[in-house]
Design a protein. Structure first.
Length: 173
């Protein structure tokens, strides 16, 4: 912009702008390959600050500052002190599904709740804890059998349930 050009923004209700808040990921991703893990790491959260300025974490300008957008029309936002545009695309119910930038190759789509990286990593962590518990139990029994050969074999106490061999194999696999 020329130095004498003043950006003109419009006032939009906070409720309309709040509809844009959420977690987004690039539409250019690989859903069926190993690259899917990388898309979990590249999710961005869009938030409104107290002044109604939209900020998207991890989206920086050339100086390394977080880009901020203000509305210049209905669902059309312009970068504060910049030229980049952002357009919110809504479905028939008025929910924002996509954010389209002025670069035509990529759009940002809203992430469904069960695909959010925090939920996926939490579930993966729980799965790993269960896996390590099963593997540790099998290893400890095997080591006890080898090291303590003279000791009688462990016998189940009342109400004790051993994991079946097939479950142990599945945990190892």
């Amino acid at each position: 912009f020329p130095s004498n050009h003043k950006q003109t923004f419009v006032n939009q209700s906070r409720e309309e702008l709040k509809a844009i808040e959420g977690t987004y990921q690039s539409t250019r991703r690989a859903d069926s390959t190993k690259v899917r893990l990388i898309s979990l790491m590249s999710q961005r959260t869009a938030k409104l600050d107290k002044d109604g300025v939209l900020e998207m974490e991890g989206v920086n300008d050339l100086r390394g500052h977080t880009m901020k957008w203000k509305p210049i029309g209905k669902d059309l936002l312009q970068q504060v002190d910049g030229q980049h545009l952002l357009f919110a695309i809504r479905d028939g119910n008025g929910k924002v599904l996509l954010l389209a930038a002025d670069f035509p190759g990529v759009q940002a789509e809203r992430v469904r709740w069960y695909e959010k990286s925090k939920i996926v990593f939490f579930a993966a962590g729980l799965s790993l804890v269960a896996l390590f518990s099963v593997v540790f139990a099998a290893l400890s029994r095997t080591i006890r059998r080898l090291v303590l050969r003279n000791r009688p074999l462990p016998a189940p106490q009342p109400a004790t349930r051993w994991l079946p061999f097939t479950t142990q194999i599945a945990a190892w696999i």
